[in-house]
Design a protein around this ligand. Structure first.
Ligand code: NAD
Length: 460
């Protein structure tokens, strides 16, 4: 068996693993990375990137439907779903090749195979035909997560599909029941609805995107309903029966038939089959326990990303990868600020949020000032014809500390970052409003919402 001797072995090359590997290489460490799928992991190949390409297609299709608003007369048009999937695949392939390029540039050895820990410092990479070993001074585990299902429901990727299967299926169903209205559920509901699929979105909790601020859920629900997406909240799915003709989804109050069901009830950390039990690595509620330096309970063994628990977000994994790499290189990394991780969902209108919802801030006993600015009052949004949504700022009334920000609307996922930087710099409402925002921009809505929290909004 070939043995590689390196400073650091990385298991998994998703956004956590590849960023950790590159940061290690930048810090002068030799690195070998093991991957059992394709470089880039779920994010680049089956998750964030291909879905963003599909959502862009959905946006274009929706714009074509609105052509008359812009004075463009179309004599009908055809939106080819198979072509949308092929475009999405080529976007994903291009980004995965980018990771391979970055590995070559940084002289990182990429080994194909399933990585297993033989000890805290030896990783074995196995394919069906070959085995290689990596002896390392430190190991970073970054094996990510996989879609969860409901008890007794098998994801066959035919009738009952996961996001992983949905991004590669070139035929859109005529009807689909989306189970779960978290990020995956609302993003796919948006894509399918744009392509004329009859979508029913089921959510066990009382509102869609239940982790977001309540006003975000309410307005998104209104927007989805207008586009013909059937919403059923407070509907817990009990069983899914798949047959030759389609699926029957049974909730606690109803039965719904459709051609397919999409399982979007969350993801589970991939911690099995890695050899963690033999090393007695501490696990807490299914996720690997780590220190602020991302070290597991075993010295020299690090874990990052989805496998370490929520939030299950690529950018959180990347930030953790940098911390792990710097810790291994003997630096003193600044721990990840988990209170300031932006959460972004790319349905239309987009959702982006940071920190506490208004309700949570009040529950925490804070006296809050809330500022809100609707995109209907933004010149840029009106010019774009994208007026759904708002920016909402939740701040401490006494100090002006920004406790939470909630954006629903055009480019929400870009607008959120000024508040992320602001919070890192401990900016108050006053400092945000003292910052000149260019006119006309969507970011002015951030300024106006902040002004509104101070009772000084100009444009509403
Ligand atoms: P999620 O946990 O965000 O949402 C799952 C939803 O399913 C919840 O609202 C839950 O109440 C509901 N649910 C659970 N059991 C149910 C049942 N029996 N019947 C009806 N509803 C039920 O999970 P997800 O949307 O699958 O996403 C998985 C992970 O991936 C999340 O952590 C998410 O943040 C991440 N992700 C992020 C993005 C993004 O940032 N744009 C996109 C996709 C996924």
């Amino acid at each position: 068996m070939a043995t590689h001797k390196v400073d650091v072995a990385v298991v998994g090359t998703g956004p956590g693993g590849y960023v950790a590997a590159i940061r290690c290489a930048q810090l002068g460490l030799s690195v070998a990375a093991v991957e059992d799928d394709r470089p880039g992991g779920v994010c680049l190949n089956w998750g964030c990137i291909p879905t963003k390409a599909l959502l862009r297609n959905a946006e274009v299709v929706n714009l074509f439907h609105r052509a008359a608003e812009f004075g463009i007369r179309l004599k009908g048009f055809e939106a080819d779903y198979a072509e949308a999937i092929r475009r999405s695949r080529s976007v994903a392939d291009r980004m995965a090749k980018g990771v391979e390029f970055l590995f070559r540039k940084n002289k990182i050895t990429l080994i194909s195979g399933r990585g297993t820990l033989r000890s805290a410092t030896v990783v074995e990479a196995a394919t069906a035909t070959a085995r290689e070993a990596i002896e390392a001074r430190a190991v970073i585990l970054a094996t990510g997560s996989r879609p969860k299902s409901l008890p007794g429901v098998a994801i066959d990727e035919q009738r009952v599909v996961s996001s992983n299967g949905a991004v590669r299926t070139e035929r859109a169903p005529k009807s689909i029941v989306v189970i779960g209205a978290g990020a995956v559920g609302v993003e796919f509901a948006d894509v399918y609805a744009a392509y004329g699929v009859q979508v029913t979105l089921l959510e066990a909790l009382p509102r869609i995107v239940p982790v977001e601020d309540e006003e975000v859920s309410t307005q998104l629900a209104r927007s989805f309903s207008r586009r013909g997406i059937a919403l059923r909240t407070g509907a817990r799915v009990m069983s899914v029966r798949a047959g030759a003709e389609g699926v029957e989804v049974e909730t606690d109050s109803d039965r719904i038939q459709a051609e397919q069901a999409l399982m979007a009830v969350g993801r589970a950390a991939r911690v099995d089959g890695l050899g963690l039990e033999a090393l007695a690595v501490a696990i807490d509620r299914g996720s690997v326990k780590v220190s602020p330096r991302m070290e597991t309970s075993v010295k020299g063994l690090y874990a990052i990303g989805d496998m370490t628990g929520p939030p299950l977000l690529a950018h959180k994994a990347m930030a953790e990868g940098v911390v792990a790499a710097e810790a291994i290189a003997g630096r003193d990394p600044r721990p990840v600020d988990y209170g300031n991780v932006p959460s972004c969902t790319y349905c239309r209108p987009q959702i982006a949020s940071l920190g506490l919802s208004e309700a949570r801030a009040r529950e925490n006993g804070r006296e809050v000032a809330v500022g809100k600015f609707p995109f209907t009052a933004s010149g840029k949004a009106v010019a774009l014809g994208e007026t759904e949504g708002f920016v909402k700022v939740v701040a401490d009334k006494g100090t002006g500390e920004i406790l939470g920000v909630h954006v629903l609307g055009p480019e929400a996922t870009e607008i959120i970052h000024e508040f992320a930087v602001g919070r890192t710099l401990e900016a108050t409402l006053e400092e945000i409003v003292h910052t000149i925002h260019a006119h006309p921009t969507l970011s002015e809505a951030a300024l106006e919402a902040t002004l509104s929290a101070l009772g000084q909004a100009i444009h509403i």
